[in-house]
Design a protein around this ligand. Structure first.
Ligand code: TXA
Ligand code: MG
Length: 310
């Protein structure tokens, strides 16, 4: 049997399956099944108050789940279908066929269409939407390869579909469309500028509004963290620290996110590098060079700031 058909069978039984998306690997389960969704929280050790993203195959499916305004539909059409970019949108929940554990009881729902042939096929063959958080133990580094999922959750899940390395490497941008101006709750693979250019108007960030704690319960300060302490904006390492460079430097480094200073390449490498260097018997901590704060660099800085929180 094809692995993907086996995955569908497992999902139909109310079990979970890990699979790649273009951003990070997700831990998928039937979005309508309370028991299956509860397994996601249990396996990740995730607080039940932290809602999940519903993954859909197309805009029509999404419209069965959430209340789409005209502008919401054009955003989905443009970013999901035309550009195939990793954008999650928050809309009013229609409360149809979605487990209350997916939305943690909120009146809104998070939706995204993954742009990866395996997760896309999985949703299509399953025939309805799948909820998925990143496939890692809660607060740890998100997985961007099969091996990363296997070493973290391999013993707890029946199947991991292997799709190689994720092309984006950081989670989707989350855009809240339930309030005006729209608010970016989590920076990610789509930049603020791309959204504003499409809309022809400004959007806010949650930092500007200071609303994180209320609107996105999952965006805790400490997140994306390896076991070792992380020190950001460092120009050179302290004794015994592992050093992650970005671009050219005269300092000796352990790994370089991008020798040519390419932010996209840096995003692809970030989580894998953090995991590779997370070795307590070798290092006392992980130091990271400054990362320019534009385009996907904003999302990189968001993740490493959280990784460095104590
Ligand atoms: O790229 C991604 O988005 C990956 C892949 C697997 O699709 N998924 C992912 O899921 O990053 P997760 O669970 O690690 O992060 C989802 C975030 C959480 O911080 C959660 O609080 C927020 O989405 N969220 C979900 N529903 C929400 C809602 N109704 N309102 C506000 N935030 C919401
Ligand atoms: Mg996550």
């Amino acid at each position: 049997m094809e692995k993907i058909d086996l995955a569908v069978e497992i999902l139909k039984k109310g079990e979970v399956v890990a699979a790649p998306t273009e951003t990070v690997y997700g831990l998928f389960a039937d979005a309508s099944n309370d028991v299956a969704i509860q397994k996601i929280y249990e396996i990740k050790g995730r607080p039940i108050c932290n809602p999940l993203i519903v993954h859909v195959s197309d805009v029509e499916r999404a419209k069965e789940t959430a209340k789409f305004s005209e502008i919401a539909e054009s955003i989905a059409q443009y970013f999901w279908i035309e550009k195939e970019l990793p954008l999650t949108i928050i809309l009013p929940n229609l409360n149809k066929n979605i487990s209350k554990f997916v939305t943690a009881g909120l009146s809104s729902i998070a939706l995204r269409r993954p742009n990866h042939k395996i997760s896309r096929l999985l949703i299509e063959k399953f025939g309805s939407s799948l909820a998925a958080p990143s496939a890692n133990t809660s607060t740890f580094v998100s997985p961007t390869s099969f091996e990363m999922v296997k070493s973290d959750l391999g013993a707890k899940i029946p199947l991991i579909l292997d799709g190689g390395s994720c092309s984006v490497g950081l989670e989707s941008t989350i855009l809240d469309l339930t309030q005006k101006p729209f608010v970016i709750l989590r920076p990610g693979g789509v930049s603020k500028k791309e959204i504003e250019t499409f809309l022809g108007e400004d959007v806010l960030t949650s930092a500007e509004l200071n609303i994180q704690a209320i609107k996105a319960p999952g965006m805790m300060e400490k997140h994306y963290s390896p076991n070792l302490p992380v020190r950001i904006n460092s120009l050179f390492p302290q004794e015994d620290e592992a050093f992650i460079a970005f671009g050219k430097t005269n300092e000796p480094y352990d790994l370089n996110l991008s020798l040519s200073g390419d932010l996209k390449e840096a995003a692809q490498n970030l989580f894998r590098f953090l995991k590779l260097l997370d070795n307590k018997s070798k290092f006392s901590g992980i130091a990271i060079m400054p990362i320019p704060n534009f385009d996907i660099g904003v999302a990189i800085n968001d993740r490493i700031t959280r990784a460095s929180a104590t």
